[in-house]
Design a protein around this ligand. Structure first.
Ligand SMILES: Nc1ncnc2c1ncn2[C@@H]1O[C@H](COP(=O)(O)OP(=O)(O)OP(=O)(O)O)[C@@H](O)[C@H]1O
Ligand SMILES: [Mg+2]
Length: 252
């Protein structure tokens, strides 16, 4: 069953000083299945963040529809919108966006507190996530006291706290060295394999994308290509590289 369905989404941004408006997305349609791990790739400015912002209802499309679990969510506002964001989706931003004055533990527990989880169930969930993301020893520290990779993992734990049906991650490995990036991908794919919900991950990095089951490529606000992982990760990585070079080479 599909958890997310985008149909003909178009988004144009006004530009200043009379320049023509910028068409960030041009009639994009895509579906994400329940529990699926999808990578969203494409050059800078191709519309990846815009896509995530529209799905999270941070921004609104000019036209087209967005359905989540079969219901049209494009018109949600007020408290149903806040509830959708809190319960159904999780976000991981490129630069982790943790709250500096709270420990990692408090950061991860925050969405559970907003969702009025009991202290016991919240503590159990935080401990479980810290364990599975490999940051159990760091939870009493503040964000400035841990490494960038540990901050990213804490941000992932926070995004996953309320068991979202869909995790939206924008360049989660962008600021990481290759080893920390690999570790985060291993954790994502094992959490995803354990039925934690679907993941839509924006990345420039073919290696990070090779952990997904499917890769979508945007160019100039349009869907340029879509490939599925059939065999092992190495073979998928090679195909991702091929599509990337075709895309950069200007093939239609
Ligand atoms: N708030 C905005 N106002 C005006 N134009 C915008 C705005 N946000 C994005 N754009 C434009 O829309 C296009 C798509 O931007 P978007 O942020 O989705 O790209 P991206 O694929 O995420 O790129 P990157 O890999 O650099 O993060 C770009 O041309 C960008 O300049
Ligand atoms: Mg972006």
């Amino acid at each position: 069953m599909s958890i997310l369905s985008l149909v003909d989404l178009t988004k144009t941004y006004a530009t200043s000083r009379g320049a023509p408006p910028c068409r960030a997305l041009d009639s994009i349609s895509l579906e994400i299945e329940e529990g699926e791990f999808v990578a969203l790739m494409g050059p800078s400015g191709s519309g990846k963040t815009t896509t995530l912002n529209l799905i999270a209802l941070v921004d609104r499309p000019d036209s087209g529809s967005i359905s989540f679990e079969g219901a049209d969510i494009s018109a949600l506002s007020g408290s149903p919108l806040a509830e959708f964001r809190r319960r159904k989706i999780g976000f991981v931003f490129q630069d982790s966006s943790l709250i500096d004055t709270m420990t990692l533990e408090e950061n991860v527990a925050l969405p559970l507190a907003l969702d009025r989880a009991s202290p016991d169930s919240s503590a159990a969930r935080v401990a479980e996530l810290a364990e599975s993301l490999g940051i159990a020893g760091e939870m009493g520290k503040f964000p400035c006291e841990v490494s960038g990779g540990q901050r990213q993992r804490a941000a992932a734990a926070r995004a996953l706290a309320c068991r979202p049906r869909l995790l939206l991650a924008d360049e989660p490995t962008g600021a990481l060295d290759s080893r920390s990036g690999r570790e985060l991908m291993e954790r994502f794919s094992s959490l995803n394999g354990a039925g934690e919900g679907a993941v839509l991950m924006v990345t420039h990095d073919p290696f990070a994308a090779s952990w997904a089951r499917r890769a979508l490529f945007l160019r100039d606000g349009r869907l340029f290509a879509e490939i599925r992982r059939a065999g092992d990760r190495r073979a998928f990585f090679d195909r991702i590289m091929e599509v990337q070079s075709a895309m950069e080479g200007g093939a239609p």
